[in-house]
Design a protein around this ligand. Structure first.
Ligand SMILES: Cc1cc2nc3c(=O)[nH]c(=O)nc-3n(C[C@H](O)[C@H](O)[C@H](O)COP(=O)(O)O)c2cc1C
Length: 212
């Protein structure tokens, strides 16, 4: 646990990447596994993660980013776009139920109660509520990426400084039923990124926690 807390103290939201350093394929696989293992409400994982390593696509995407996020998009080794399912529907749940049955070697009927409760839940939501809910799940997955990367001493920047419609257009996400919810650039900090020397600012424990 000490190591984990050390990793969380090591990380910070990088403001300048070393463009010459690439994250290895082996490490990218580890990061993908961490994202894959993320918790999600009901286990549905109502999102996809688009990983961009192509220089031209990174440059195109930068047009949809604002401020310094533009520079981060171009200089980072990889960009992970967490895209939530838009208007999640029964087909998503059917495919999840099939996965459960196949993975656990059980009949789909064995989880029919779970299926009905999931379908009941999503049918009780408006389209806007569904999209908020799936976007929240995407954010949780992003958190898993950032913390796993820190353990591997790989740098990241979580970001919301982008125009979702622009990213959706560039990556043709709408036609895949997806929407760019949140993005994380991944790479290695530049030696002269001054942010690495800043002390972490966090609420003191007595303001953050209420123990009852
Ligand atoms: C959802 C989310 C969106 C963020 N958006 C940006 C961003 O667009 N650009 C950026 O440089 N940092 C962004 N940040 C980084 C935060 O500013 C940073 O995590 C926070 O100030 C704490 O500092 P630390 O991560 O360096 O410890 C974002 C963080 C989160 C969680």
């Amino acid at each position: 646990m000490t190591d984990y807390i050390e990793s969380l103290n090591w990380r910070y939201a990088v403001k300048k990447y070393d463009p010459a350093r690439k994250v290895s394929d082996i490490d990218i696989e580890k990061l993908k596994e961490a994202v894959q293992l993320s918790v999600s409400s009901m286990g549905l994982q109502p999102y996809k993660v688009i990983i961009v390593e192509d220089k031209d696509v990174k440059e195109k995407l930068a047009d949809a980013f604002s401020g310094n996020d533009k520079n981060l998009a171009v200089a980072a080794s990889h960009i992970f776009i967490f895209a939530n399912e838009v208007n999640v529907n029964e087909a998503h749940i059917d495919s999840y139920i099939e996965n459960i049955a196949e993975t656990r070697g059980i009949a789909k009927e064995d989880v029919s109660g779970f299926e009905a409760s999931m379908k009941g839940y999503i049918s009780s939501l408006t389209e806007e509520q569904k999209n908020n809910w799936t976007a929240k799940q995407a954010y949780i997955a992003m958190s898993g990426l950032i913390n796993a990367a820190a353990v591997l001493r790989i740098d990241t920047t979580p970001m919301e400084g982008f125009n979702a419609a622009g990213v959706n257009e560039i990556l043709k996400l709408e036609e895949k039923g997806l929407n760019a919810a949140v993005i994380t650039t991944v790479g290695y900090r530049a030696d002269d990124d001054a942010s690495q020397n800043l002390k972490k600012v966090r609420k003191p424990e007595n303001e953050l926690f209420i123990t009852i």
